[in-house]
Design a protein around this ligand. Structure first.
Ligand code: ADP
Ligand code: TRP
Length: 324
């Protein structure tokens, strides 16, 4: 079984990325041939600074390794080290209906937020389809927000196979971790780099404290009962087990629990949880050449896995010299 996923390197990774993506990625490296990549081509839809782009990709590589990604077991590569993906994206774009892309929630959301749409943002799901289909991936672990992109990928794969009468692409299945479908941000909306409402995984203690203390709460007095379906309690619950959760929620409902105390406890839990990973990250960051070696080796292995699929797609579409 081939597992494939990517993370867009358009900012510093946050705990939504960890619980919605990275944690599953690391767990899945035990199950099959896992391939993960740093989506720097995708970052071009929002980041316009070359040095910043390079940095984000490097930082994300360190994050993956710090979280336990084992480069001996899984393939970790930088998307732009495999430029063939862009050729496949073109091939796929010619079988992608405009209507399919016009229905994409992510595109509509970003336009609604006031982002100036360009063709890259519009065509983003086709590049994502190429990322996935080039490896004949079976399983794609992603957060809930990416589910529609997976449906689009399956649709595009089927259209190519039907257009050229060849079973070139495998239809991938999404894997969505329902338990933590969406991690809320500090303002109650989905945690996202775009909204500036994140708690970064590896921020310093001071910055973490600032983010946690800034979590939006209402003005319910300490003595009054509290609702537990709020972002503060949901964030806290990510770091608690079932019995701790039950106890805390009962205290909240009973009244007498202050939001400030919950925030303090959340900060401690955050520091404990990411502490060992932070140490490992510091060691890795001190050896940047080793990390680049991991990415170089990852790209070579990714190319080996993708080449037969690229060749089959070119052959089916009649591109280049015919195979003898
Ligand atoms: P962002 O919204 O911050 O730009 P991305 O879109 O780059 O994050 O997401 C990278 C991965 O992390 C995806 O698999 C996505 O589903 C997951 N993810 C991002 N934000 C969250 C969240 N708030 N809750 C759960 N998963 C998330
Ligand atoms: N679009 C994904 C995101 O924003 C990142 C991504 C790009 C991806 N290509 C992918 C995820 C392929 C899984 C598979 O999070």
């Amino acid at each position: 079984m081939r597992v494939l996923s990517g993370i867009q390197t358009s900012g510093t990774l946050h705990i939504g990325n960890y619980f919605g993506a990275l944690r599953q990625h690391v767990a899945l490296q035990e199950t099959g041939q896992a391939i993960y990549f740093l989506a720097d081509y995708h970052s071009m839809t929002s980041v316009r600074d070359a040095a910043v782009r390079r940095d984000y990709a490097r930082e994300a590589a360190l994050d993956y390794l710090a979280c336990g990604l084992d480069p001996q077991r899984a393939v970790l590569y930088r998307q732009s080290d495999l430029p063939e993906t862009c050729e496949l994206a073109w091939i796929l774009t010619t079988v992608t209906p405009m209507g399919l892309l016009q229905r994409a929630h992510s595109y509509k959301d970003k336009v609604a937020q006031g982002l100036q749409p360009d063709h890259g943002l519009f065509a983003y799901p086709v590049l994502m389809a190429a990322d996935i289909l080039q490896f004949n991936s079976d399983l794609v672990p992603v957060g809930q927000d990416q589910k529609q992109h997976l449906e689009m990928t399956r649709d595009i794969a089927q259209r190519f196979n039907a257009a050229y009468g060849a079973e070139v692409f495998v239809l991938p299945e999404p894997q969505i971790e329902e338990a933590v479908a969406v991690v809320p941000g500090t303002d109650g909306r989905k945690m996202s780099k775009t909204y500036g409402n994140t708690i970064e995984m590896f921020a310093g203690k001071k910055a973490l404290k600032k983010a946690v203390m800034g979590i939006v709460t209402d003005s319910t007095p300490v003595e009054a009962p509290k609702k537990t379906d709020t972002c503060l309690f949901q964030l806290w619950a990510l770091f608690a087990d079932a019995s701790e959760r039950e106890e805390m929620f009962a205290r909240a409902r009973a009244g007498g629990l202050g939001y400030g105390d919950v925030k303090k406890d959340l900060l401690e839990r955050l520091l404990d949880f990411f502490g060992p990973m932070r140490e490992r990250r510091e060691e890795l960051a001190a050896r940047p050449d080793d990390m680049e070696d991991v990415l170089r080796d990852g790209a070579a292995r990714a190319r080996t896995l993708a080449t037969p699929v690229f060749e089959a797609a070119r052959e089916a579409a009649g591109l280049g010299l015919a195979k003898p």
